[in-house]
Design a binder for this molecule. Structure first.
Ligand code: ATP
Length: 362
């Protein structure tokens, strides 16, 4: 097993750069997600890795073997697409056996049975694709790709056509299957929850580039750019100026208020920053209440409230007009203010972070 390495990988369509000098290493055996909004270049990157699209520049390596010039079937790489592209005239077993037959493997019944068991379709080998549900067809596509024992499996929005309940189930299934077979999975999705649920490592893509790469918790807890802060969940981002870089902390001024973050949570190199704090990391208190010692705070008025089962979502308008999002879990404890109520939003500075307002500044 080898790492999949993309070096300066670039794809231009005419004047338009879809993938912009991507440098990326996907560790062997990992479940890797390429996450980004529609049009950011995820599929184009995957198609280049599969050999379906020729790079304008750059190289693709498996370990130290350069596979950039190899045709798709010469690469130890398989792809599962959103449209399962099953052969309608072949039954399930025939679809799964297809790759083996093409390679001249004659005695494939045991291997096909093993694959069907892996994707939990045992007993359905004789069915035609038209007699299967969407989720079952997706599993056949997966088994058909895995039976070739590729080093790398590329998955292009493979759950995109399934309903929400089935999608959630297949996310857990895919993770189980990846752990079981140990093959490197590169999964393309625009769904941040999907990426975070399944992947060991997530690369967040924006406009042909990687904005940040890391473990899901790392990306969520400490995003590096405003784009990542807002693409993964929701962030309150207050425009702030850095006023002091002290021992162990960085202080900022935002609309006459002074706030701080631990130095280790500051990614702002320049003076123009965003102070970020997630909605579930802030708390509400009555206007007159004492906030806990050491907490930073802002006073405001509740402008919106919604009950979402697991908790309550509030919008609180600060005196300067910015609206802060607050999520209060439904623990039965805590303060649940009315619409129009005057409140204080407060948080432990250890959970805040600082970003450059203009990435690359400083
Ligand atoms: P989605 O989630 O919508 O599939 P994506 O992130 O996978 O989006 P790509 O399909 O890689 O995005 O496309 C990246 C950009 O390149 C888009 O702006 C797209 O319009 C453009 N593009 C893709 N293929 C071609 C092509 N063959 N010719 C011209 N432009 C293309």
């Amino acid at each position: 097993m080898s790492d999949l390495v993309l070096q300066g990988l670039t794809k231009r369509f005419g004047e338009f750069t879809a993938v912009d000098a991507l440098d990326l290493t996907v560790p062997a055996g990992s479940f890797f997600a390429l996450l980004g909004p529609s049009g950011c270049g995820k599929t184009t990157t995957l198609r280049m890795a599969a050999g379906l699209e020729e790079p304008t520049a750059g190289r693709i390596l498996l370990g130290d073997r350069d596979i950039t010039g190899l045709r798709p079937h010469q690469r130890p790489v398989n792809t599962v697409f959103q449209s399962y592209a099953l052969f309608p005239h072949l039954d399930v077993a025939g679809n799964v056996a297809f790759g083996l037959r093409r390679r001249g493997v004659r005695d494939h019944a045991a291997e096909v049975a093993r694959m069907l068991e892996l994707v939990q379709l045992d007993g359905l080998g004789r069915r035609r694709p038209a007699q299967l549900s969407g989720g079952q067809q997706q599993r056949v596509a997966l088994a058909r790709a895995l039976v070739n024992r590729p080093q790398v499996l590329l998955l292009d929005e493979p759950l995109g056509a399934l309903d929400l309940t089935l999608t959630r189930r297949m996310q857990v299934e895919l993770k189980r299957i990846q752990t079981e077979v140990g093959i490197t999975f590169v999964h393309v999705t625009h769904d941040q929850e999907e990426a975070m649920t399944m992947a060991d490592t997530v690369a967040v893509m924006n406009a042909g580039r990687i904005e940040q790469l890391g473990r899901p918790a790392e990306l969520y807890e400490f995003p590096q750019t405003p784009f990542v802060a807002n693409f993964l969940g929701q962030s309150n981002l207050l425009a702030a100026e850095v006023v002091e870089r002290g021992a162990g902390y960085v202080a900022v001024r935002a609309y006459d208020n002074r706030y701080s973050v631990p130095a280790g949570r500051c990614r702002a190199a320049g003076p123009a920053a965003y102070l970020g704090v997630r909605p579930e990391k802030v708390h509400l208190a009555e206007a007159a209440a004492q906030v806990p010692a050491g907490h930073d705070s802002v006073a405001g008025v509740v402008t919106d409230w919604s009950y979402v089962g697991v908790g309550n979502r509030y919008l609180v308008r600060a005196p300067w007009g910015t609206e802060l999002a607050v999520f209060s879990p439904n623990t039965g404890e805590g303060y649940y203010p009315p619409l129009g109520g005057e409140v204080v939003v407060h948080w432990d500075p250890a959970h805040a972070f600082l970003l450059d307002r203009e990435p690359g500044a400083g």
